[in-house]
Design a binder for this molecule. Structure first.
Ligand code: HEM
Length: 141
């Protein structure tokens, strides 16, 4: 796990270089909305073409924190799960879908540059994220 942050960063940077920051954000949300079209309504006030890349960066930093600052990340993600209740988000499946969608989007953009090391870093980080979300839902929601 020592090099996970480096692997996550590398895969994310490569995808940004390939597509551009805003385009990667838009593609990520496009993929997410095609899996969960019912969530579009939550973002009706958000200009995804403009904010998509920024929002994606925020989510990515939360995920990296799981590796770099696990205690902080646990508290922070738990707090976001609680705070997101105000947007009407009471189904943990959306969080799982969101993190899966991110690694799949990067994998698709990278194509043959995707590696089994990226796979491992993303799978383990996603699993840790899901376990924090599960705990948050079971404890607070
Ligand atoms: C890793 C998981 C997530 C993190 C770290 C996260 C983080 C955040 C943060 C920091 C904000 C407020 C800042 C801002 O204005 O951009 C926000 C807003 C919001 N989030 Fe999340 N979020 C996560 C998952 C989700 C999921 C799964 C959904 C819904 C499917 C969602 C829907 C929203 C909505 C609707 C808003 C308010 C509108 C907007 O800011 O565009 N979030 N999120």
């Amino acid at each position: 796990m020592d090099n996970y942050v480096q692997l996550l960063d590398e895969s994310f940077d490569l995808a940004e270089q390939a597509l551009g920051h805003d385009e990667l954000g838009s593609l990520f949300f496009e993929n997410f909305f095609s899996n969960y079209p019912e969530t579009k309504i939550y973002f009706k006030g958000t200009d995804i073409a403009y904010f998509g890349g920024k929002k994606l960066n925020i989510i990515f930093v939360f995920l990296k924190d799981i590796i770099e600052h696990p205690n902080f990340a646990e508290g922070h993600i738990t707090m976001e799960v609680g705070r997101h209740q105000m947007y009407g988000l009471s189904d943990r499946e959306y969080y799982f879908g969101l993190v899966n969608c991110l690694s799949i989007t990067l994998k698709n953009v990278l194509g043959s540059s995707w590696s089994s090391l990226y796979d491992e870093a993303w799978n383990d980080t996603s699993m840790a994220f899901k376990s924090i979300v599960n705990e948050a839902f079971e404890t607070y929601i």
